[in-house]
Design a binder for this molecule. Structure first.
Ligand code: C5P
Length: 309
């Protein structure tokens, strides 16, 4: 008898950089009220799912050794959530190929969670609409809805309430990846501590940044990039100051800490400039490795898997 070998479903989900991140008050639920502008970048994770005897998670690629493969991984929770919704057992093998730095401030874990939701929706033929998937995403983490959404968007609330932003052209980035990671709650707590003691810088109004995005103007956008979490990340990882300086010296238009860090993101004039800045920065001894990326790119989407090489 012919047996049908199930084919995996593979989904690619983008990383993100916060072009503008304004952190407001600490809420009673332990989260901070945010106002942010996300941009999805081409540096991505691929997540494949295939039916199996039981739920399992495998991880390879960038920083794979420090990613949990048990129920603490967001993809595990995503599988349990969707299976409960569908009334089936979550018996799948989930394989993650990391391109996004782990604990790097680029929403790598959120990308995997969003990718798992899209992949399992497809594998199990659930045909859930985008709003329902976004609801699951928001339960998994504050950045997961944006990993699903992609593009450029304003995030409010915990960061999970999204509105798309008009953005013309592609922007070109160099990412400086650090040796270690920073824990997001630790960075938020450090910001609370700095604010209790003093007055760390706060980003201003977002209006001009919206104009620069609509015009697709990298030179205009560069001086408007800002991140309230940067002071906290620099307080916990002071060496990042050197990294930020080195990127600008290498020819970037501007550099910021991405989200809660420690990845630093440098906006460049164009694709060629990004390659040149990346080469210079990788020789400067101020980071573990560099990557070149562009944005905005779409959110989590099914792709044809690359042949195993
Ligand atoms: O939502 P997520 O699980 O990704 O958030 C991780 C942690 O980051 C939260 O537990 C909280 O400490 C911090 N956080 C915050 N305010 C936000 C988002 C995250 O304080 N808006």
């Amino acid at each position: 008898m012919l047996s049908v070998v199930p084919r995996p479903v593979t989904v690619r989900a983008p990383s993100k950089v916060n072009l503008h991140l304004s952190v407001g008050d600490l809420r009673e639920d332990g989260y901070h009220e945010l106002s942010t502008v996300f941009q999805a970048l081409s540096l991505a994770d691929d997540v494949s799912v295939i039916p199996s005897d039981a739920l399992s998670v495998r991880v390879r690629g960038e920083g794979a050794e420090s990613v949990p493969t048990d129920r603490t991984n967001l993809v595990w929770k995503a599988a349990e959530m969707l299976a409960a919704e569908a009334g089936i057992a979550p018996d799948v093998e989930i394989s993650i190929v990391k391109g996004i730095p782990v604990a790097g401030g680029m929403a790598g874990g959120s990308a995997d969670a969003a990718a798992a939701l899209v992949a399992l929706d497809e594998l199990w033929h659930l045909h859930l609409d985008r709003d329902t998937l976004s609801g699951f995403a928001a339960r998994l983490g504050s950045d997961v809805p944006f990993s699903l959404h992609g593009g450029t968007a304003v995030g409010t609330g915990r960061g999970e309430k999204l509105l798309p932003v008009l953005s013309r052209n592609s922007f070109h980035w160099v990412l400086a990846l650090s040796k270690g990671g920073l824990s997001t709650p630790t960075v938020f707590r450090e910001l609370d501590r700095l604010r209790a003691e003093g007055d760390p810088p706060r980003v201003g109004d977002v209006g001009e940044l919206m104009h620069a995005l609509a015009a697709g103007d990298a030179e205009a956008l560069a001086p408007l990039l800002g991140n309230d979490l940067q002071a906290a990340a620099l307080s916990l990882a002071p060496d990042l100051r050197r990294t930020l300086r080195a990127g600008v010296t290498a020819g970037a238009l501007a550099g910021i800490v991405s989200g809660s860090g420690p990845t630093c993101a440098f906006l460049c004039t164009d694709a060629d400039a990004a390659v040149a800045v990346g080469a210079e920065l990788s020789g400067a001894g101020v980071c573990r490795t560099v990557r070149v990326a562009s944005g905005p790119v779409p959110g989590a989407r099914v792709i044809d898997p690359e042949p195993e090489g």
